[in-house]
Structures are given as C-alpha cells and as structure tokens.
Design a protein around this ligand. Structure first.
Ligand code: PRP
Ligand code: URA
Length: 213
C-alpha cells in the first residue's frame, strides 16, 4: 500500500536499498551489476508472489494424512520487457522454476521518449495465468503502459508489474492507466531528468546489464 493505494507496493527493504547502492555506483561492473539485479528481483518477486492463491491437497506426512496448501491454478507467466527486463527473469524463476516465460520487445525513442514495440511472444492461455511483467526501470511509464495494453489485448487479466527503480512520474502514469495492475517497486527514486532518466537511478539499465555502449 502506497499513499493509500492498495495496488502499489514500495518494497522499502534495507537489503534492497543496500544492494541498490552498489549498482547505483557507476564504477560497478557488468558482472556484479547483473548478479545484483537478479538478487533484488528475487526479493521483489517474493513480495509480489505473496498474492498467489492456494488450494489444499492431501499429503501423507510421516505422522498422518493432512490437507496441505499448494499454489493453485495454471503456472504463472513471467514476461520481461526487452532488453533490461531479461535481467530480472532468473530472479523470478528462482522462486517459481516452472513458470512460463513470454517476451515483449520495446524500445524508447531517445528523442521523443515514446515507446515502440518490436516483438511479442506470450505463453498460451494468458487469460488463465497470473502475469508478472518485469522491467527494472519505470521512468516515464510509457513502455510499461504499452506492454500491459498489449498483454490485455491478448487476454491477460491478473497482471503484476515489477520494477527495481521507479520515478514518481512513471508510477503515477502506470497506476492511472492500469489501476487494476498490482505494482511492486524496489525503490521510489526522486524524479526524471530532462532526458527522461531516473535520478539518482542506475543509468541505462539495459546497457549496464549487457555491457553495451
Ligand atoms: C528502458 C527500460 C524501460 C524503459 C523505461 O528501456 O528498460 O523499458 O527504458 O522508460 P519509460 O518508462 O520512459 O518507457 P530502453 O528503451 O532503454 O530499451 P533497452 O532495455 O533495450 O535498453
Ligand atoms: N531507462 C533506463 O535504462 N534508465 C533510466 O533512467 C530511464 C529509462
């Protein structure tokens, strides 16, 4: 719950803050950056997966038969927004290794900051799965809003958006465009700068994960 809004969770955890400070440092190299993005993603994922429904099955323990809870329904779908969202996938698969994985390719025009979609492949029966959309950076919110529009057009209904760092502007835009989507943010940063980068942020997250540029 953030500012009275049920569907926004700012994780606000000391471990996440500590690890974020390491990857905020521009001297941190690709290898360590990638590993920490994955670790933080597991922590955010753990918070988000708290919402999964349970059903009861009979289990024979060494002592007796008992009705025990297991995750109900179809396997969840994990959908990273390319490229940077790829860096979060293993962090979520650590928690639910049987998840299905889809991909949405989006890039942001560096001048207009408008998102453009270039690829989409989603798991089947997306309407029957919890869908975890991953992108480390929620800046203007344009990419997240478009990606979720797309998932909804394909039938997605129970949608979560997980990011490592958000700007207030992007969080507001995503929530007002998709109030039904449950948003989990590792840390809420101060603001966007004139180039659409999050401050203090992480810089260009895709470039830092993949060692490009
Ligand atoms: C980054 C980031 C988000 C987007 C956020 O991707 O991974 O997808 O920007 O910005 P927004 O909220 O203003 O839309 P980018 O377009 O740089 O592509 P990349 O991941 O391929 O580097
Ligand atoms: N995309 C990034 O990778 N970083 C930002 O700060 C904003 C958008």
């Amino acid at each position: 719950m953030y500012n009275g809004i049920e569907n926004i969770t700012i994780c606000d955890h000391p471990l996440i803050k500590h690890k974020l400070s390491i990857i905020r440092n521009k001297a941190t190299g690709t290898n360590e950056f990638r590993a920490i993005v994955e670790e933080i993603s597991t922590m955010i994922g753990y918070e988000a997966l708290r919402n999964l429904n349970l059903e009861y099955v009979e289990v024979e323990t060494p002592i007796e038969k008992a009705m025990c809870p297991v995750i109900a329904g179809k396997k969840p779908a994990i959908v990273p927004i390319l490229r940077a969202g790829l860096g979060m996938v293993e962090g979520l698969l650590t928690l639910i290794p049987t998840s299905r994985v889809g991909h949405i390719g989006m890039y942001r025009d560096e001048v207009t900051l408008e998102p453009h979609e270039y690829f989409c492949k989603l798991p089947s029966a997306i309407d029957q799965r919890s869908v975890f959309v991953l992108d480390p950076m929620l800046a203007t919110g344009g990419s997240a809003v478009e990606a979720i529009n797309f998932i909804k057009q394909h039938g997605g209904r129970d949608i979560y958006f997980l990011c490592i760092v958000a700007a207030p502007e992007g969080l507001e835009k995503l929530h007002s465009s998709h109030p039904d989507v449950k948003i989990f943010v590792g840390n809420l940063d101060r603001q966007l700068n004139e180039n659409g980068y999050i401050c203090p942020g992480l810089g260009d997250c895709g470039d830092r994960i993949f060692g490009t540029k």
